[in-house]
Write a new protein. Structure first.
Ligand code: SF4
Lengths: 83, 616
């Protein structure tokens, strides 16, 4: 299925080559689990601090079982803050 | 050093400078900086006074840790009654001036009255005098800084001053220090100008002293620094990306307001984000971000130093802006950018330079321009009103032109300098002012992030994220993640953040330490340095006491529960689209509970019982 990944800040280095600054369209197996996707890109659990699916935060404990569907946008940040 | 136990009282009407002993009973109850200076203000100033009259006082105050080796211990605050809000103002700044004041041997300076002619205060250790400001009145903050350094031939001298916007009566003028650092909000610079006080120039050569237990203090400081170094945010995120890393995060979670908060979500967010600042520009191949920078004793160093492309339209014929200077922080980038719809990073950086050069709050300024843009779009304002500027959302040219106009203080700048509340009232669109207590919102939408809305509504200095930064928990998961769209539990969260922040703001430390430090890291540093009970509980009680004292000042100034409210747009106009689609602020659900846990009556008044409990 087709979906989108967005990696920000220090995680941008994990993005495959492409044109957009943060986003890539990727093809993955149907019903891929969120944690599996994160592992595919070699992002450690500590680095994957803020993980959003379609803008909604997914808690750490829910990531192993969260099934992704066609068109989902997964956005990932390391620990960041400001103000 | 901990408290120097000495304050300077400067009577500008009489031209006198008088040393006084610090009231140690108050210090043990209110700590320092924001808390202690507010205590002096509450005791000495009539809350109903004209903020720009001689009866208001302007207090520059350090915390007991300011000037010590604790990380980030360089902070000072400027406290007065605000001309923008009419409420108590306490604006906090970093840089190096606060530490210098301590090295000169002073905890705080209280300015009272009004000088007949423009003056500046020269403080060289014990030697203090008022001098004529004839040579610097009418100059920008940057020129003032340069002239005073040249006059006194002392590169180590630290300077706080106002720019031309303050002199012109702009109600959100800042007190600038060390050129790029600002006591930015609530118009504290305007109060300084009203006193004919242009600058404070400080040189201190004293050392560290008066620490309650020096060994224990250094152990606590070392432990604290280790925690900051190990923390992912304070050790890596902030130094590398600065606060601007939030631009995409807050946009991503559906919390980034745009176009005078008419919309949530900004298409251009990526183009004005930290990541964009770090990448090479198409035009000249160089990044906007030149380097990071730190305030006194800071081991985080979140500050941004940026350079605008020399061929960019904003600076093309202005070589004075071709060098590196204080760059965009998140709040400024949002207000000047997303809120006005402008996604030209170099234009925002240039406008931010002007905010520093002439000392005005980029949040209130950007939000006021955004309100004017909405009125312009609706036809309430025309080019006849705006000195010919086509004030359209998204126009970088208009933003640059209107900022340059503000600095002149002429024409439409007079309206713009009053802030969005007065501007929208004048043009009969009061509902377009995105303010609480007449102060503009910062960069988080209270419809998309519930707790921050409650914090805005109840903040003692008007809308402000730095009074209780619940975004840390609601979005960033620090210290623990809470649901951004839940109203439940938020009154408790807001109160906890507000009280803890009051402690940090009164200690001499930077709030950004709290992305790694809890009160159990902070209290031991205060406790080892200061007399009195500064256990975690003692600190938090002082924080609560400070919060309530500020509230009581505001009550006496005429504020009621009716002022703890958000604009109708936040309550009635639901977010359209994105992850927070359909949300409005549920302030009404949260406020009664907040009053209750604060120990206030249903009218939001501090009860006699609460006063007694907190020794107020
Ligand atoms: S964290 Fe940033 S604002 Fe705070 S003291 Fe350090 S450099 Fe200054």
């Amino acid at each position: 299925m087709k979906m989108y990944i967005e990696f920000y800040a220090s995680l941008m280095k994990y993005l495959p080559p492409g044109n957009s600054r943060f986003r890539r369209e990727v093809k993955v197996e149907d019903s891929l689990k969120l944690n599996r996707l994160i592992e595919c890109y070699h992002i450690s659990p500590e680095e994957a601090h803020l993980v959003l699916v379609n803008g909604h935060y997914i808690y750490h404990e829910d990531r192993p079982n969260r099934k992704l569907i066609e068109g989902d946008v997964v956005s990932i940040w390391p620990p960041v803050a400001g103000g | 050093m901990s408290w120097t136990r000495k304050i300077l009282r400067v009577n500008l009407s009489k031209g006198t400078c008088t040393p006084e002993a610090l009231n140690m009973d108050w210090a043990k109850a209110y700590l320092g900086q924001r808390g202690l200076a507010s205590k002096y203000l509450v005791e000495e100033v009539d809350p109903t006074c004209d903020a720009l009259g001689p009866d208001n006082k302007l207090i520059m105050a350090t915390g007991p840790l300011t000037g010590t080796m604790a990380s980030t211990a360089g902070r000072y605050s400027v406290v007065c009654k605000s001309p923008l809000t009419g409420a108590i103002a306490a604006s906090n700044s970093g840089g190096f001036l606060g530490a210098e004041m301590k090295f000169a041997g002073w905890d705080m300076i209280i300015f009272e009255g009004k000088s007949e002619k423009p003056v500046y205060l020269l403080m060289q250790d014990d030697k203090v005098e008022l001098r004529s400001a004839d040579a610097i009145w009418g100059k920008s903050a940057w020129e003032t800084d340069d002239i005073l350094h040249a006059t006194h031939q002392d590169p180590q001298m630290r300077i706080a001053c106002i720019g031309r916007t303050a002199e012109a009566g702009c109600l959100y003028a800042a007190v600038m220090n060390d050129k790029h650092r600002a006591a930015g909000r609530s118009g504290v610079g305007t109060v300084m100008a009203s006193k004919n006080l242009k600058a404070v120039a400080i040189r201190g050569t004293g050392g560290i002293g008066n620490l309650e237990d020096a060994k224990k203090f250094m152990d606590a400081v070392d432990a604290g620094k280790q925690v900051l170094a190990d923390g992912a945010v304070t050790g890596q995120g902030l130094p590398i990306y600065g606060t601007q890393v939030l631009m995409n995060v807050i946009n991503g979670v559906g919390g980034l307001p745009a176009h005078n908060m008419r919309d949530v979500g900004f298409e251009g967010a990526g183009d004005i984000s930290a990541e964009a600042m770090a990448e090479p520009r198409k035009s000249d191949g160089k990044p906007n971000l030149t380097t990071n920078a730190g305030c006194f004793a800071c081991t985080i160093a979140c500050g941004r130093i940026s350079t605008v492309d020399k061929t960019h339209f904003s600076v093309k014929d202005k070589p004075q802006y071709h060098g590196a200077s204080g760059g965009l922080e998140y709040e400024a980038a949002w207000a000047l950018g997303a809120d006005t719809g402008v996604s030209d990073l170099d234009a925002l950086t240039y406008v931010n330079f002007l905010c520093n050069e002439d000392g005005f709050d980029p949040i209130t300024f950007g939000a006021t321009v955004a309100a004017a843009m909405e009125m312009f779009g609706d036809g309430d304002l025309t080019t006849d009103d705006t000195d010919g500027i086509e004030l359209k959302f998204g126009s970088a040219e208009a933003l640059v032109a209107i900022t340059e106009l503000l600095v002149t203080g002429e024409g439409f700048a007079k309206d713009l300098g009053q802030g969005s509340k007065r501007l929208c009232d004048k043009y009969k669109r009061p509902e377009l002012s995105m303010t609480v207590k007449s102060q503009e919102f910062p960069a988080y939408d209270p419809r998309g992030i519930q707790g921050i809305g409650l914090n805005y509504a109840t903040s003692n200095r008007g809308a402000c994220h730095l009074r209780g930064y619940t975004v840390a928990s609601e979005v960033l998961g620090i210290p623990v993640k809470t649901e951004q769209n839940d109203a439940e539990g938020k009154p408790e969260l807001v109160k906890a953040f507000q009280d803890a922040t009051a402690v940090v703001d009164s200690a001499g430390l930077c709030l950004f330490t709290t992305f790694a430090w809890g009160m159990d890291n902070i209290a031991p540093q205060i406790d080892a340095a200061c007399e009195g009970d500064w256990s975690v509980e003692g600190c938090l009680e002082a924080g609560e006491r400070i919060w309530n004292m500020e509230r009581i000042f505001n009550q006496a100034a005429g504020f009621t529960a009716d002022d703890d409210k958000l604009p109708k747009r936040m309550l009635n106009e639901a977010i359209k689209g994105g992850p927070t689609d359909g949300q409005v602020s549920r302030l009404g659900e949260m406020l009664p509970k907040y009053y209750e846990i604060r120990g206030w009556n249903p009218q939001g008044e501090v009860t006699a019982e609460t006063r007694k409990r907190l020794s107020l």
